[in-house]
Design a binder for this molecule. Structure first.
Ligand code: CAA
Length: 257
């Protein structure tokens, strides 16, 4: 499949989507977002893929939603043709998605990284929600996910006053998993994705679902949901295989069933 705005490839069991609008700092227009979702959905349905990566280039992961495309929008046009829904579609991908971030991750780009399941950041990464400078606020989850990640005090500065976080600050506040030198950020993300992709596939999907359920429901409902998923895994061949492998001191051979 060839795309206009993204590049895709597989590295073993890892599917990689790279934004390819370098001249526009990978601004997220409809083309980028729809192609990204199409590619991730295809990887999600491919048994040969266990984990995915979304990335940009060294200068910019993505500098936000495309301001030029959005400048003349109206509430009605946005309701008719809901661009922001693409972020929700990313949330519904069932296999893990890792954002490999270098340079600017701003506005919708930061929201996209936060919608992924993990973030591997280069030392040069900068995270921010500068929508206030455009006379708007974040619209793809920034006020919610940023606040959940870094807490109210810092989120207020980021959203109300356009403060950017360095990669180290983002890690300190729990927004990113790891910070590595710029030369190796994608390699490190691929390594992490390969480790995850080598694990029991059904358990990986349900583990992601269980953790994300925390954001949607009160603790008692989340605990009940986790328990149902836990019980369900005892119907899989991988549960028998994993426990037999442990008992017999051998490596498990996952079937994804
Ligand atoms: N949309 C459209 N084009 C963008 C863009 C964006 N979000 N960000 C950068 N570009 C374009 C610039 O217009 C410029 O294009 P031209 O060469 O045709 O003029 C090109 O990318 C390079 O950008 P700069 O010359 O500005 O590069 P810089 O190094 O001086 O600055 C930057 C880089 C700090 C990222 C700056 O470009 C910037 O502030 N970008 C906008 C960031 C922003 O406001 N993002 C929020 C968007 S709204 C949103 O995302 C809403 C939501 O919640 C979904």
């Amino acid at each position: 499949m060839s795309y206009e705005y993204i590049l895709t490839r597989a590295d073993g069991r890892v599917g990689i989507v790279q934004f390819n609008r370098p001249k526009a700092m990978n601004a997220l227009n409809r083309g980028v977002m729809s192609e990204m979702i199409e590619a991730l959905t295809a990887f999600d349905g491919d048994d040969g893929i266990g984990c995915m990566i979304v990335t940009g280039n060294e200068r910019a992961f993505a500098a936000g939603a495309d301001i030029k495309e959005m400048a003349n929008a109206t509430p009605a046009s946005m309701l008719d043709n809901p661009f922001i829904d693409y972020w929700d579609k990313l949330r519904r991908i069932s296999k893990p998605v890792i954002a490999a971030v270098s340079g600017f991750a701003l506005g919708g780009g930061c929201e996209l990284a936060m919608t992924c399941d993990m973030i591997v950041a280069s030392e040069t990464a900068r995270f921010g929600q500068p929508e206030i400078n455009l006379g708007i606020i974040p619209g793809a989850g920034g006020t919610q996910r940023m606040t959940l990640a870094v807490g109210k005090a810092l989120a207020m500065e980021i959203v109300l006053n356009g403060r950017f976080l360095t990669a180290d600050e983002a890690q300190h506040h729990g927004l990113v998993n790891r910070v590595v030198p710029a030369e190796v950020y994608l390699e490190e993300a691929i390594k992490l994705a390969q480790e995850i992709a080598a694990r029991a596939p059904v358990a990986i999907r349900l583990a992601k679902e269980a953790i994300n359920a925390m954001y949607e429901m009160p603790l008692s409902a989340g605990l009940a949901h986790e328990r149902r998923l836990f019980y369900m895994l005892f119907s899989t061949e991988d549960q028998s295989e994993g426990m037999d492998a442990f008992i017999n001191k051998r490596k498990a051979n996952w079937k994804g069933k």
